[in-house]
Design a protein around this ligand. Structure first.
Ligand code: CDP
Length: 577
C-alpha cells in the first residue's frame, strides 16, 4: 500500500464522508479509522489493477491503477459496496450478489443456510428459489412424518440472517422466490402481510408465460408437487394474480419476476436454468454464481448541457476492464462459487445519476424524449461494454463456458463475460457519489432530515439549489416549503420550466416509471432495479394494469410501492414524518 496521503477530493460531500467513515474505511482493532476516503480508493485501485500482473496481460498495472483511482475519486464510476469495503483487505470478498441452490432435502437446506451465513458475513446478498422444496404436509419417507414446506424453512433462513450483520457493516439481505405453480403459492403470496415477519427477505413470485396466458384467458393452471411432478390441484390464474396484486397493493410485497424471460436471456442454458435473482432483483444468476456490480455516474458524463459521449465511452471501457479484474482478484466464500463465477465471468455494469443527467440536459423524466434517450444511452453502454469484453477475450480468453453459450455462433466475436450490464439500485454508492440513485427519478427536491438531537435539517438537491440561487428565487423558507410540499407542482413562485424538469417520484405516473424501466431493460443483459411508485390513493386495478404493462413492455420483473403503505418508510417527505 502506498504511504503517500492523497490530496482530498473536492467532490466528496460531507454526507459521503460520513457514510464512508461509518462503514467503509479500514479501522484498527480499537475501531480507530486508518485511512481517508482517498486512501480507500487507492487501496481498491491498486488491488484491482494487480489482476493485470497476475494475468500477465502486459498492461502497465501502475498506469491502470492511476486510471482506476481517478475514475473512482472523481466519482465517475463506483464498484458495489463490498469491493470498496473489502478490496486489498483480509476478507477480500468483492461481490454484492449471490444465488444459492436449495434442494428438497434437509442436508441441502441447512447447507444453504450455512453458506448464506458465510456470504452475509462477507458483505454479499443472497437469493434462493424455494420451489424445489416439497409442499407443506407432504410425506417424508424417512420419518413417516409430514413435511414443513418452503415457508417454514424460509423462517430459519430469516432467523440466521437476523443474527449476522454483513461484514459487521450492514444487514444481510435475501431474495426468496417461489414459482407460481408451487402448491404452497397462496401462503407464500401472503407470507409478508404481517410486516414483522421475514424482515430480512424480499419476496417475489416467479411467474411463467403459461400462467400469464392463463390470466389473460381467465383460465386455470396446474399446481405441481416439485418432488414428483404430480398434479396437486388447479387454480384460477386470475384469482392468483389478483391475490398477488392485492398483497402488493397492501404493502409492496410480493414482487414478481418473469421466469421464462430471465431464461430466454440466460447466456449459458447449457450450464443450468435461472431460478432466482439477487436480493434487489437486478441480477439473475445460476445456483452458486456470484456477480460484481459497478455503476457509472451519468451526472458526471455531461458537458455544457450535452452528453459527453467520448468520456462515457472511455469510462465504460475502463469500468468493464475493472469489473473483469474484480473476478480475478476476488476471494470467494465457497469453492463452488469460485468455480462457477470464474466459469461464466458475469459482470454487471450499470448507471446511477440518470435523473441528474436529465436535469442537466433539461429533459423532464416523464417525457418520451427522456425514455428515448435512456435507450440510446444504455445501448451505447451495452455495445461498448460488449466490445470491450470481446477485446478482453482476445487478450485473456473467453469465459470458460463460452462453448455452447448463446454467443457461440459463427461470425460472432467471443466475449470474456457471459453478461456485461445490470442496473443496480446503488442505494449506498449513490450517496457516496452524491447522485440520484440508479435510474430512479429524484425522490424529493428538498427534504427534511431529522438529525440525532431532533434538529431539523433541510437538504436541497444541489442542482436545484444552484439553479435557484442563479435565478434568484432561493430562500431557506422556500426550501422548507418545498420539503413540506414534497413536489414543486403547485408552487408558482418557481419558474414553470424548472418545475417541469425537477419532477419527483411522486409527480410521475406509474406508466412513466415502467416506460423508463423498459427503455433501460431493452439494452441490459441482466435486469433493472426499479421501484414503481404509486400514490396512496391508487387502486388495485392500477397495480394490476402496471403489472400487465411491465409484462407487455419486456421488463423482467416489477417492484411496486404505494405511498404510506408500510409502517416504516425509508425516506419520506417532511409532512409524513
Ligand atoms: O450501493 P451498493 O453497492 O451498496 O448496493 P445496491 O446497488 O443498493 O445493491 C446491490 C446489491 O447489493 C443488492 O441487490 C444486493 O444483492 C446487495 N445488497 C446486500 O446484500 N445488502 C444490502 N444491505 C444492500 C445491498
Amino acid at each position: 500500500m502506498k504511504k503517500t496521503k492523497q490530496s482530498p477530493s473536492p467532490a466528496l460531500s460531507a454526507n459521503a464522508r460520513t457514510v464512508l467513515e461509518r462503514r467503509y474505511l479500514r479501522r484498527d482493532a480499537d475501531g480507530k479509522i486508518l485511512e481517508t476516503p482517498e486512501d480507500m480508493f487507492r487501496r481498491v485501485a491498486q488491488t484491482i489493477a494487480s489482476a493485470e500482473t497476475r494475468l500477465e496481460t502486459g498492461t502497465d498495472a501502475a498506469k491502470l491503477e492511476e486510471q482506476f483511482y481517478r475514475m473512482m475519486v472523481e466519482l465517475d464510476f463506483l464498484p458495489n459496496s463490498p469491493t470498496l469495503m473489502n478490496a486489498g483487505r483480509e476478507l477480500g470478498q468483492l461481490s454484492a450478489c449471490f444465488v444459492l441452490p436449495v434442494d428438497d432435502s434437509m442436508e441441502s437446506i441447512f447447507e444453504a443456510i450455512k453458506h448464506t451465513a458465510l456470504i452475509h458475513k462477507s458483505g454479499g446478498g443472497t437469493g434462493f428459489s424455494f420451489s424445489r422444496i416439497r409442499p407443506a404436509n407432504d410425506v417424508v419417507a424417512s420419518t413417516s412424518g409430514v413435511s414443513s414446506g418452503p415457508l417454514s424453512f424460509m423462517k430459519v433462513f430469516d432467523a440466521a440472517t437476523e443474527t449476522i450483520k454483513q461484514g459487521g457493516t450492514r444487514r444481510g439481505a435475501n431474495m426468496g422466490i417461489l414459482r407460481v405453480d408451487h402448491p404452497d403459492i397462496m401462503d407464500f403470496i401472503m407470507c409478508k402481510r404481517d410486516q414483522r415477519v421475514l424482515t430480512n427477505f424480499n419476496i417475489s413470485v416467479g411467474l411463467t408465460e403459461d400462467f400469464m396466458k392463463a390470466v389473460e384467458e381467465d383460465g386455470e393452471y396446474d399446481l405441481l408437487n416439485p418432488r414428483d411432478g404430480r398434479l396437486i390441484k388447479k387454480l384460477s390464474a386470475r384469482k392468483v394474480f389478483e391475490h398477488i396484486v392485492d398483497l402488493a397493493w397492501n404493502n409492496g410485497e410480493p414482487g414478481i419476476i418473469f421466469l421464462d424471460r430471465l431464461n430466454r436471456d440466460n447466456p449459458t442454458p447449457h450450464v443450468g436454468e435461472i431460478e432466482s435473482t439477487n436480493p434487489c432483483g437486478e441480477q439473475p444468476l445460476l445456483p452458486y454464481e456470484s456477480c460484481n456490480l459497478g455503476s457509472i455516474n451519468l451526472a458526471r458524463m455531461c458537458n455544457d448541457g450535452d452528453i459527453d459521449w467520448d468520456k462515457l465511452g472511455r469510462t465504460v471501457r475502463l469500468a468493464t476492464r475493472f469489473l473483469d479484474n474484480v473476478i480475478e482478484v476476488n476471494k470467494y466464500p465457497l469453492a463452488q462459487i469460485d468455480e462457477m463465477t470464474r466459469a461464466n465471468r458475469k459482470i454487471g455494469l450499470g448507471v446511477m445519476g440518470w435523473a441528474d443527467m436529465l436535469i442537466k440536459l433539461g429533459l423532464p423524466y416523464n417525457s418520451t424524449d427522456a425514455a428515448r434517450l435512456g435507450e440510446k444511452v444504455m445501448k451505447f453502454i451495452q455495445d461498448t461494454a460488449h466490445e470491450t469484453s470481446a477485446d478482453l477475450a482476445e487478450e485473456r480468453g473467453p469465459f470458460p463456458n463460452f462453448n455452447g453459450s448463446i454467443y457461440d455462433k459463427p461470425g460472432v466475436r467471443p466475449v470474456r463475460n457471459a453478461t456485461c450490464t445490470t442496473i443496480a439500485p446503488t442505494g449506498t454508492i449513490s450517496i457516496i457519489a452524491g447522485s440520484s440513485s440508479g435510474i430512479e427519478p429524484l425522490f424529493a427536491v428538498s427534504y427534511v432530515r431529522q438529525v440525532l438531537d431532533n434538529d431539523i435539517l433541510v437538504e436541497v438537491h444541489p442542482l436545484f439549489e444552484q439553479i435557484a440561487k442563479e435565478m434568484d428565487f432561493y430562500s431557506p423558507e422556500l426550501m422548507k416549503k418545498i420539503a413540506e410540499h414534497g413536489t414543486l407542482r403547485d408552487l408558482p413562485e418557481i419558474p414553470e420550466d424548472i418545475r417541469k424538469v425537477f419532477v419527483t417520484a411522486h409527480d410521475i405516473t406509474p406508466e412513466d416509471h415502467i416506460r423508463m424501466q423498459s427503455a433501460f431493460q431493452k439494452y441490459t443483459d441482466n435486469a433493472v432495479s426499479k421501484t414503481v411508485n404509486f400514490c396512496h390513493d391508487a387502486t388495485r386495478e392500477d397495480v394490476a394494469m402496471v403489472y400487465q404493462l411491465a409484462y407487455r413492455s419486456g421488463c423482467k420483473g416489477v417492484t411496486i410501492y404505494r405511498d404510506g403503505s408500510r409502517d416504516q418508510q425509508v425516506l419520506s417527505v417532511a409532512k409524513s414524518e
